[in-house]
Structures are given as C-alpha cells and as structure tokens.
Ligand binder design. Structure first.
Ligand code: GLN
Length: 216
C-alpha cells in the first residue's frame, strides 16, 4: 500500500480517443499509468481517466467490452475518475443533444450538452481561471466540446468560459472524487488538472489505508 501511495496506479480507458497523451502526462506526475480495456484491468487501478474522443463510440465499445456496468459500479464505489471532453459526457447523469439511446456511466450530478459550442466554433482556445489551481489562467483547448448546462447542489464549479458567445458557461467541475473538464489539458502540456486528479487519487488511497488499519 505504501508504494501505491507514492506511485498510484491510474488507468486510462483505452477504447478510443486521446489515450496516449493522458498516459504520458500521468507518468510525468509520478503515477503508474496503464491502459484499461478489460474489467480485470479496471479492478486493478486506483483512479481512472476517461479521455476525449467520441462519446457515442466510447460508450458502445465499453458496453461491448463488458465495461459499462463495472465502470458504473466503480464510480458508485468512490473510484476517483477524471473525464475530459467526451469523458465529461460519460460521467454526466444527464445529456442533451445526444442520440436518444446514448447511455452514460453517470455519477456527476450534471446536465451536459454535447457539441455545445456550435458548428462555427468547432474548436477554439481560451484562457480560463480554474478554482483552486495556482499559477494563473490555463490555456484551454476545446474540440467539439460539451459544456455543463446545469450542475446539482453537490457539484463544485471549477471553471467557466469568460467572454464571447459562451460567456459564463461551465467547463470544469468537481463532485467528490469525480473531476470533469470540457477541454483537453493533455494536449497543452499544462499538467495542473492532472496533478489535481493525482492528488485526489492519493488522498483516496490514504483514506482507504487508514480505514483498513482501523478495521484490523
Ligand atoms: N463531441 C464529442 C462527443 O460528443 C466530444 C469531443 C471530444 O472529446 N473532443 O463525444
């Protein structure tokens, strides 16, 4: 357990999307980063990243690989999960502008609108202030990104768009061990969101370790 605290094992759901960039970023932060494609692999990680990609495809593949239900159980059981872009959609309890049969993993009490920024601005970049992250605004890259249209009472809003047509839209949230961003920090070299997530994973491991000590 001591080793896991020092070097937590963090999975990246590796069915589709920008898996490699997340693995690389997590490794630079001292995590053992591993791709996750099977339920046994999911069971062996201390935290999980859901990468950007195409949420409709990822959720279909997750179902086909027998991962959808284990993912729901893991999130429900408190596994720390960070979802970026399509990953945010996967964590949402409610989604808009999705095919009627599109399922999610859920866990985040939010309503997320897919491709929310509209066709004209498929992709754009912006400077964001993120609550709790030191070091000034973050350069955020949005690619056919979703936003959080409504957030429940337990959800902490970490960041909003400033200026332009999407002014004030929520693009980064946290609820307990779940973190989600509309944008892709794995593409810019700014590691602060990943570092926040690795801290959450370490804190969760420490809690589990002290709980199991109390029980022995
Ligand atoms: N538009 C994609 C979806 O709905 C998300 C885009 C992304 O992850 N870059 O899944």
């Amino acid at each position: 357990m001591t080793d896991r605290l020092g070097m937590p094992r963090i999975g990246v759901l590796a069915l589709q999307g920008d898996v490699r960039e997340h693995l690389a970023t997590l490794r630079t932060l001292g995590a053992e980063a591993v791709p996750v494609r099977r339920p046994e692999e999911l069971a062996a990680v201390d935290g999980l990243v859901l990468p950007g990609g195409e949420s409709t495809t990822i959720v279909k593949l997750a179902d086909r690989f027998g991962l959808l239900e284990p993912l729901r159980v893991a999130v429900h059981g408190g596994l720390p999960v960070y979802g970026s872009c399509a990953g945010m959609i996967l964590l949402a309890d409610r989604i808009l502008d999705a095919p009627p049969d599109q399922e999610t993993i859920g866990g985040l009490d939010v309503t997320v609108r897919r491709n929310a920024f509209g066709r004209q601005v498929d992709s754009f970049e912006s400077e964001l202030d993120l609550a709790g992250l030191e070091g000034g605004p973050m350069h955020a890259v949005f690619i056919r990104a979703p936003w959080v249209e409504k957030a429940g009472a337990e959800v902490e809003v970490l960041g909003r768009v400033v200026g332009g047509a999407a002014d004030g839209r929520i693009v980064a949230v946290r609820q307990g061990n779940l973190v989600a961003t509309s944008f892709h920090p794995e593409l810019t070299g700014d590691r602060r969101v990943h570092a926040l997530f690795v801290d959450i994973v370490r804190a969760h491991l420490a809690e589990q370790a002290s709980a199991s000590e109390e029980n022995t």
